[in-house]
Write a protein that binds this ligand. Structure first.
Ligand SMILES: Cc1cc2nc3c(=O)[nH]c(=O)nc-3n(C[C@H](O)[C@H](O)[C@H](O)COP(=O)(O)OP(=O)(O)OC[C@H]3O[C@@H](n4cnc5c(N)ncnc54)[C@H](O)[C@@H]3O)c2cc1C
Length: 382
């Protein structure tokens, strides 16, 4: 077992760290207040190859690998959890699913644009009455000649109202439940019958657009089917294996940001005549934050390494373990970090409250912590 990073992996990580510090960090506070999303940052990260690590060169990628992808994602998420989400929208979600399940025409049409950050991506599973229970979704796709007609709505979709292309999951055979779901690659801006609406008033991730999508007799060509008709559930679950891992990595980045901010503050803030970092109770919290973040990172890198050895491996167990542990560790670190800031942790002038709000997302998205525990226990008991 070799825990050392390759020179290429170190180079990708360091480039991402520098970009996050130099380009993203200066605008985080301002954009947090205005809830602004900057697509130009996505394009810049695309140009720098951040989204191309898991994509072959012939589709615009750089083949640096899944471990490199996670290292880059962590560095961006450490500075902005919102821009960390873009890795799922541009590469780990639609692009990687199309690479695995799409036909040649779909791959050439969409993957290079997603990887370059020129096309904004999305994936739409969740509906108002269907979250954890994916197979209960109500959106339908009915064949009509050489088209499918989509009806229904999706909610809590990252990039919903800004996306150029989305993987949309819909039921083609409701009676067959999870065996009657199909995945479509949809041109969001060019398809009649699609409308979107932003979800305002979120707790966190203020620079990551989230919204609803409405399909009203939206006609998509039969050529938009990804894989085979009724293969959607399988595609969805393998896609979630990848997006979940990316989510775990973002949690690692946010937990590290909590630790960095708390360490900095604890050394500056004096009480009882000395820096609060001198108090053993504060040090104990910092130590726990470090240990749990390091453990979460190792779980993420193990799962990423498994995918690198065989990109088509279903390492659902490793991914769920990493996602569950990293999400819980991030929320705990955000809680401990905020506590170390005292009343300044309660202020929007310091980063602790943003990290606290953003960290909560990890326990919900890509399958809640409860769902990860169900997956893990099912694997244990099978
Ligand atoms: C910021 C943000 C971005 C998102 N982006 C996307 C996106 O891009 N695409 C997309 O499709 N979705 C997206 N989602 C939706 C997200 O994936 C869902 O919210 C999530 O899967 C949970 O579904 P739900 O909210 O309907 O909760 P529910 O499924 O209603 O769950 C409610 C509670 O019940 C628990 N629960 C449910 N079933 C069980 C069970 N069997 N046993 C025990 N407990 C259970 C859950 O853990 C949770 O605590 C996003 C959500 C957020 C907040």
């Amino acid at each position: 077992m070799d825990f050392r990073l390759t020179e290429e992996q170190k180079m990708m990580r360091d480039t991402a760290r520098q970009f996050a510090n130099d380009v993203i960090a200066p605008i985080v506070a301002e954009d947090e207040a205005s809830h602004r999303f900057r697509p130009e940052l996505v394009r810049q990260m695309g140009e720098m190859g951040f989204y191309g690590c898991v994509i072959p060169e012939e589709y615009g990628g750089n083949e640096a690998g899944m471990v490199a992808s996670m290292l880059v994602t962590e560095e961006v998420a450490r500075v902005s959890a919102s821009y960390g989400v873009t890795f799922n929208m541009q590469s780990q979600g639609p692009a990687l699913a199309l690479l695995r399940w799409g036909n040649e025409e779909q791959k050439r049409k969409y993957i290079p644009g997603l990887v370059a950050g020129e096309l904004l991506g999305a994936f739409a599973i969740t509906e108002p009455n269907s979250g954890s229970d994916v197979a209960s979704m109500k959106t339908t796709a009915v064949r009509d000649g050489d088209h499918f007609v989509l009806n229904g709505n999706k909610t809590w979709i990252s990039n919903a109202h800004v996306a150029d292309v989305a993987l949309v999951y819909a039921m083609t055979d409701r009676a067959a439940k999870h065996k009657g779901m199909t995945c479509f690659v949809v041109d969001m801006k060019k398809t009649e019958g699609i409308s979107t609406q932003a979800i305002e008033g979120k707790l966190g991730l203020h620079n990551s657009p989230t919204g609803e999508i409405y399909f009203e007799d939206a006609r998509v060509p039969a050529s938009a089917v990804v894989g085979e008709v009724n293969d959607g559930f399988k595609i969805c679950m393998t896609m979630l294996d990848n997006t979940r891992l990316s989510c775990a990595t973002r949690a690692v980045g946010v937990a590290r940001a909590c630790l960095d901010a708390a360490m900095h503050y604890a050394q500056e803030r004096t009480q009882f005549g000395k820096p609060i970092a001198d108090f053993q109770l504060i040090r104990a919290d910092l130590a726990v934050m470090y240990v749990e973040d390091e453990a979460a990172r190792l779980l993420v890198l193990k799962a990423a390494h498994e995918k690198e050895v065989d990109p088509n491996v279903r390492n659902t167990m490793s991914v769920s373990v990493a996602k569950y542990f990293a999400s819980e560790a991030a929320v705990k670190a955000a809680n401990m970090g905020l506590k170390i800031f005292g009343s300044y942790g309660f202020s929007t002038e310091y980063p602790a409250e943003r990290l606290y709000r953003d960290a909560k997302s990890f326990q919900i998205v890509e399958g809640t912590s409860n769902i990860q525990k169900i997956i893990i226990s099912n694997h244990l008991l099978k």
